[in-house]
Design a protein around this ligand. Sequence first.
Ligand code: APR
Length: 252
Amino acid sequence: MTMLEHHIDEVVTLLAGARRVAVLTGAGISAESGVPTFRGQDGLWKHYRAESLATPEAFERDPALVWEWYEWRRGLIASVEPNAGHRVLAGWEDAFEEFAVITQNVDGLHDKAGSRTVVELHGNIWKLRCTREGTVEEIRETPLPHLPPICPSCGALRRPHVVWFGEALDPAVLGRAAEISRAGQVMVVLGTSGLVHPAASLPYAAARAGAKIVEVNVEPTPLTPQADHFLPGKAGEILPALDRRLREARAA
Ligand code: APR
């Protein structure tokens, strides 16, 4: 048995005994679907300046440029499918008494995979928000007919319903994520560099509340020294392996 298999078995024992499980995901879980991460080798922030594309100031300065970039990302995300990692998490909704996915991703791939309990910390790229009325509408059409899109009721600009750098998260959304994190007996942290707060603080809050932390990533992160288990590898490979062993353990 390899070291990884041994660690996977330890995590399966933990999961098999848990009733309440929370999962925190980042861009890494969508990497195998073909959605670029932000800070990885070929990450978006290696090619684009976050300051000129993902801040309220950038949108104020040049909404057309910001929308061009978001439209490119919408087109890319529309062309990909959830991967095995997303699908396992969708299946885990029925494998535990309480289960929820807290995601930093705006790609909507957890929903597309069939997950029902998803907390979107940073919003959703398929939703547009009126900059005057604050109304939010889901529009999956890509390309959008007009860029930048205009609110049909008041004529103001619409913006992507996502959280930009320098903006606060929706307090109700963050509150729910914190509640779920504290209530979990196990928190599985998948494919996040753990550099962006407040999302990055959720595993620590979960651990303080007594949860066991399982981290899955292709490389160590600042969280790794605090994690109870670190499973090195791709989410789309580790999750199916965990799922298979969990089913075997439960069938035994
Ligand atoms: N499986 C598991 N982990 C992976 C995989 C994979 N297939 N591929 C990459 N990773 C890991 C990387 O090693 C890295 O630690 O996923 C992480 C991705 O980190 P980031 O690109 O920083 O993405 P994330 O942590 O989600 O970023 C947080 O920052 O840019 C903002 O709002 C944006 O939500 C985003 C936030």
